[in-house]
Design a protein around this ligand. Structure first.
Ligand code: NAD
Length: 250
């Protein structure tokens, strides 16, 4: 074990599933103590079991500001500070222009943009100089996808936050980077409203368009998040790191 995060306190929002869970596992394997959040207590309990040690779960909805306050009160009480934030919680649903409802818009922006913004803002009092913030964007921040415009717009907003917040946090030497996963099958894919067969069809259709010829795994994203969280990326600031097998680069 290399211990790239030994002694660090980290937060992974949406750490009970998919990319967040894989990252929480990597963080702990690298020596960090990790707080994870998610909306469902059952899923959180299962994730805590899977991670095994050095983890605390705090239930909450990231789009609810009172829940975010409760989260940071718990972190403050238990550990006193926070070195790494992976603002990962979020998701999307399919809705072509013409069928977009106010509810769809609010749900997507409230989780992916409002929730992410206030997670970072409310964490600020706990962050020491040199802390690292990683925002989970998506290749959708720069490429178009049919029936996915609202989700994509939220991810473009997330990418923009990284560019701007490195200026707001300049004096404190806090780094902010975005990570943009490509196609990475997770439980989130069935939440899009797709059946298992439709997910498989989608995965197959995407794999042939990816220069590496396959989709990614949550752990491949987690490894890149560890890089951005650790001192290995000490001069990397404000970037969008694509982890997509080359999909958005061609
Ligand atoms: P997932 O569904 O497995 O995990 C999403 C996590 O976010 C879950 O823990 C869920 O509980 C949590 N979450 C969602 N909305 C929340 C809310 N309002 N409050 C609190 N928690 C909330 O999906 P995933 O694929 O691992 O997605 C994680 C992140 O990665 C998302 O931001 C997603 O947009 C992004 N992403 C995923 C892919 C991919 O292909 N899987 C690609 C690009 C970006």
């Amino acid at each position: 074990m290399s211990g790239k995060l030994t002694g660090k306190i980290a937060l992974v929002t949406g750490g009970n599933s998919g990319i967040g869970l894989a990252t929480a596992q990597r963080f702990v394997a690298e020596g960090a103590y990790v707080f994870i959040t998610g909306r469902r207590q059952n899923d959180l309990d299962a994730a805590v079991k899977q991670i095994g040690k050095n983890v605390t779960a705090v239930q909450g909805d990231v789009s609810n500001l009172a829940d975010i306050d409760r989260l940071f009160a718990a972190i403050k009480q238990e550990q006193g500070h926070l070195d790494v934030i992976f603002a990962n919680a979020g998701g999307g649903e399919i809705a072509p222009l013409g069928s977009i409802t106010e509810e769809h818009f609010d749900k997507t922006f409230n989780a992916n943009v409002k929730g992410l913004l206030f997670t970072v803002q409310k964490a600020l009092p706990l962050l020491p100089e040199g802390a690292s913030i990683i925002l989970n964007a998506s290749t959708a921040s720069t490429v178009g996808t049919p029936a996915f415009s609202v989700y994509s717009a939220t991810k473009a907003a997330v990418r923009s936050f990284a560019r701007n917040w490195i200026l707001d946090l300049k004096e404190r030497k806090i780094r902010v980077n975005a990570i943009s996963p490509g196609v990475v099958p997770t439980p989130g894919y069935t939440l899009l409203g797709l059946s298992e067969e439709q997910v498989q069809e989608f995965v197959n259709s995407q794999a042939v368009t990816i220069p590496l010829g396959r989709v990614g795994t949550p752990d491949e994203i987690a490894k890149a998040v560890v890089f951005l969280a650790s001192d290995d990326s000490s001069f990397v600031n404000g970037i969008e790191l694509f982890v997509d097998g080359g999909m958005a680069q061609i």
